[in-house]
Design a protein around this ligand. Structure first.
Ligand code: ADP
Length: 425
């Protein structure tokens, strides 16, 4: 039976959290959207339900989160985690506060900590203020985010505007003293009637101590960093065997052709494509052929005879000038939707021809591919690069190995690294 049940407010954030739990030795599965009642997760220690609720209407985000919670409780989970972005992406309307309120109420709990810190990714919280690198959140670029502009770096204030409950702070000086001090401070805040505590953390040691202090909390909220300390709690309680990370990350073997589909136009992905000179590759030209079906057919005709153990690379990714040209021709949304539909169709056709190991570059692109392939769950395996694991995908189609890469992740050699790791495993 699973121990930890998590609800993540977006897809790649869910994968990030799942990877963190695998590193802690928990066998972890990511479920896409609220699972059907009959889905079994009995073979896992942790389950992460990924939603698309970060910027959804508040009522919908709360309803989906509660449905995910009900499913996780029915699956036997005993502790729950609400995962949001390490930059606390939200507005005064939500969705972090309202979703956390709804989850607490459903669990009959009165208090939860909130900590988005992730020092390894340069997110730290000091005196309740969130920093990205050396910059305050509100001066980090996040103040210009199109959907969730973060103009106040003080998370006590930010969260207080989103919840009817009170928000307190467990400051650095307390956190530095360790788990017992943190636990005592949280108890005092709860006794004083506060519903949340923003907890400072500037190092991994702090994250581990906070995790330990929250061992008995029904609900924990935060970024993936704060999950670092949780596996050890279950181990200490004798609920989790001392499996090594390598064992938790083991995926079933899958044989079949290999392919890479790139829809991200981020500098990292463009660099990775430029680096992969040894691979057979096709650059899609949506400016000449602005039609998903025709583009997909052309790609499949090109792929004929090239499918095998060496991955083929099909990319829509383009530098800013070309992206702007397509957007000028079709409009921003239609341009994005055209490419996403094209790559999703190509993925489907490649799988029909025996492709079973796929790397997809781009967050939105990955979402489109996974939906088109009918994937319902991803068992999380070995990390290729920080935040990007291989996963074993199951759903309505054949079983696959998928690596879903958020655009800016991975080294220049990412595509080579990904398949080299499979060859080793
Ligand atoms: P990232 O993770 O880098 O943000 P995404 O896949 O989330 O990548 O977003 C990239 C977006 O760019 C997608 O909507 C994709 O369809 C779109 N796109 C890809 N290639 C092109 C192109 N040549 N012209 C215009 N838009 C494109």
């Amino acid at each position: 039976m699973p121990l930890l049940g998590a609800i993540a407010d977006d897809f790649t954030g869910a994968t990030d959290l799942a990877g963190m739990l695998v590193k802690g030795g928990m066998r972890t599965v990511q479920m896409i959207d609220v699972p059907a009642p009959e889905e079994s997760v009995a073979d896992y220690d942790a389950v992460v339900v990924s939603l698309k609720s970060r910027t959804a209407p508040v009522a919908w985000a709360c309803a989906q989160s509660l449905a995910a919670l009900a499913w996780l409780r029915a699956a036997g989970c005993r502790q729950f985690f609400f995962k949001y972005c390490s930059t606390f992406d939200s507005t005064d309307q939500g969705n972090i506060g309202p979703v956390a309120d709804a989850l607490l109420e459903a669990l009959g709990a009165r208090f939860a900590l909130a900590c988005p810190a992730f020092p390894a990714n340069a997110r730290s919280v000091y005196q309740g203020h969130l920093f990205v690198g050396t910059a305050l959140l509100s001066e980090s670029g996040m103040e210009n985010h199109p959907l969730t502009p973060m103009r106040d770096p003080n998370l006590v204030r930010v969260l207080a505007r989103q919840t009817r409950g009170g928000v307190g702070l467990v400051p650095y000086a307390t956190v530095a003293k360790g788990a017992a001090s943190i636990a005592a401070a949280m108890e005092a805040l709860e006794a004083a009637g506060q519903r949340y505590a923003i907890v400072d953390a500037v190092s991994e040691q702090h994250l581990l101590a906070i995790g330990k202090a929250a061992a008995d909390h029904k609900l924990i909220t935060g970024g993936s960093g704060i999950a670092m300390g949780l596996p050890e709690n279950f181990r200490r309680a004798g609920l989790l065997p001392a499996v090594a990370e390598a064992e938790a990350a083991q995926l079933p073997a899958v044989t079949g052709h290999a392919a890479i589909l790139a829809g991200s136009c981020s500098p990292a992905t463009l660099g990775q494509i430029a680096e992969a000179t040894e691979l057979p590759r096709l650059q899609l030209d949506p400016l000449v052929t602005p039609d998903a079906e025709r583009l997909a057919e052309e790609a499949l005709a090109w792929a004929e005879g090239k499918l095998g153990a060496v991955p083929i690379l099909i990319a829509a990714s383009a530098p800013p000038g070309q992206v702007a040209a397509l957007q000028a021709q079709l409009g921003r949304e239609r341009a994005g939707a055209l490419i996403e539909a094209t790559l999703a169709m190509i993925a489907e056709k490649l799988v029909a021809r025996g492709a079973r190991r796929l790397v997809v570059a781009g967050g939105e692109t990955s979402g489109a591919v996974v939906a088109r392939l009918g994937v319902r769950r991803l068992t999380i395996g070995d990390e290729i690069a920080p935040g990007v694991p291989w996963t074993f995908a199951e759903g309505s189609g054949p079983k696959l190995l998928l690596a879903l890469k958020s655009g800016n992740f991975g080294a220049r050699t990412f595509f080579r690294d990904a398949f080299a790791r499979l060859a080793k495993g």
